[in-house]
Design a protein around this ligand. Sequence first.
Ligand SMILES: Cc1cc2nc3c(=O)[nH]c(=O)nc-3n(C[C@H](O)[C@H](O)[C@H](O)COP(=O)(O)OP(=O)(O)OC[C@H]3O[C@@H](n4cnc5c(N)ncnc54)[C@H](O)[C@@H]3O)c2cc1C
Length: 522
Amino acid sequence: MRKTVQINVDPQSREDTKSVILKALKKAGLDPKTGRGHILRRSLDARQRNAYYVFQVEVWDADDPAPEAPDVPSYQMVDEARPAFIIGAGPAGYFAALELLTLGIKPILFERGKDVQSRRRDLKAIQQFSVVDPNSNYCFGEGGAGTYSDGKLYTRATKRGNVRSVLETLVAHGAGQDILIDAHPHIGSNKLPTIIEAIRATILSHGGEVHFESRVTDILVKSDKIAGVVVNDEKEYKCDNVILATGHSARDIYALLASKDILLELKPFALGVRIEHPQPLIDSIQYKRQNRGDDLPPASYRLACNVDNRGVFSFCMCPGGLVVPSATAPGEIVVNGMSLSRRDSPYANAGTVVSVDEKLVEKITGENDALAGIAFQREIEQLCFKAGDGSQAAPAQRLVDFMKGKSSKSLPSSSYIPGLFAHDVGSLLPSEITHALKHGVRQFGKRMKGYLTNEAVVIATESRTSSPVRIPRDGETLMHPQVEGLFPSGEGAGFAGGIVSAAVDGMRVAHSLAEYLKAQVQ
Ligand SMILES: Cc1cc2nc3c(=O)[nH]c(=O)nc-3n(C[C@H](O)[C@H](O)[C@H](O)COP(=O)(O)OP(=O)(O)OC[C@H]3O[C@@H](n4cnc5c(N)ncnc54)[C@H](O)[C@@H]3O)c2cc1C
């Protein structure tokens, strides 16, 4: 009979899977010579001074049937098949395309940005010369916002689809097997591009199409049905279906839909700052010892509290990471975080954000329409830009100075390549956000002794945490309630937050689109 047992292992032995399985067999009372096993999950428990790894291991005897191997998706050749159109080659768009291949439908993808390798040059231009290409940046381009991000694959979206199959698909396209067992799987921005290229190769080799530098500038609707898309203001493609997976920063797409009176909704989101600490400081707080050593990963944290009924929380924490310029248009400052697979930068950064509801949006902007949240984000992003010298340098303040509301005389070193300039960051944010951040940080400082330090720097602004707009869809058909054939998907539609949940949503929408096409034939 198969059993699952838990084994605690020293950090030094975490890669020695053979001995972990042997220990598990012994614990389960099975003969280590004939017994078999595999690791289901690995997580770090660092609550005590001596941190250790907890392994869940499934073991069985030689006579027992082995667990079933995971289903390998069988992609069909679709060159002659019925087409489905996808706008956006982020996780939602690419996983929708892969799923369509399994369903015998030909995906035709339009992506405004460049292929994942060519995109690197534009990221360099932002980092080194403060030149922001509105079609190719940290948010736009092949792989979407997820590609040059961090590649943290943790998601809470277990109910909404098959997270495991997303991870297996990533492994099948080159990701390390570790992501299948780690409690907080991570790939890293240096490894993600190769995986994205492999996914594209699967789509192309099975007869799908991927068009780069192809911004969809119009979505044609006739008699409340999708009739086509226009690319780069010139080429028209006739079609009766579209998966709209354009992410949370495609402001032109939201404006386009609004101009056509296609129903959109204002959605709560979060906005604030990114706080960067020296990584050794976070390690010493979390591991309760001075030197982390080589056996433990750079420590992370997750913090949340409530201030006057407003959520304040850490977001997208990047241990051993870098703060990156994530604006999608010139004239704005937006920051976010990423890390490489080794997570070996000397800094730890995390978004520290405050939830923003419809009431606060209306108070600040005087608007309450569906696009008011974008106006709110944009206003603060532009204020941060105007406070500077016209480059992508970001306004910053030492954490203790931020709490006191005084400008810093000097700033600590930072991973943010375009540079920081000293400014009273609190004065650039709505007073409600600054107030909530200060109270939140005070509480975080009590929970993590040493967190509230002048060695930490506050960088503005972290504004693109999630979409401020929802593109509604019917709960069953996943189609927009007003436009037949329009399938909003992923983070930009307000139905995902993060790489894995966007991928899961893309797969789900692909199935609904297949049902829709099937119903048309019948
Ligand atoms: C720096 C950074 C770090 C992040 N780190 C993590 C992390 O570690 N883990 C995590 O889970 N999430 C992370 N995220 C968030 C994650 O990237 C997103 O949640 C996810 O990518 C959303 O997927 P999506 O497919 O819905 O949209 P996106 O990834 O935003 O993809 C949308 C795509 O649509 C394209 N597009 C937009 N408009 C048009 C148009 N008009 N025509 C054609 N194409 C268009 C865009 O170019 C883009 O490629 C990070 C984001 C950033 C910016």
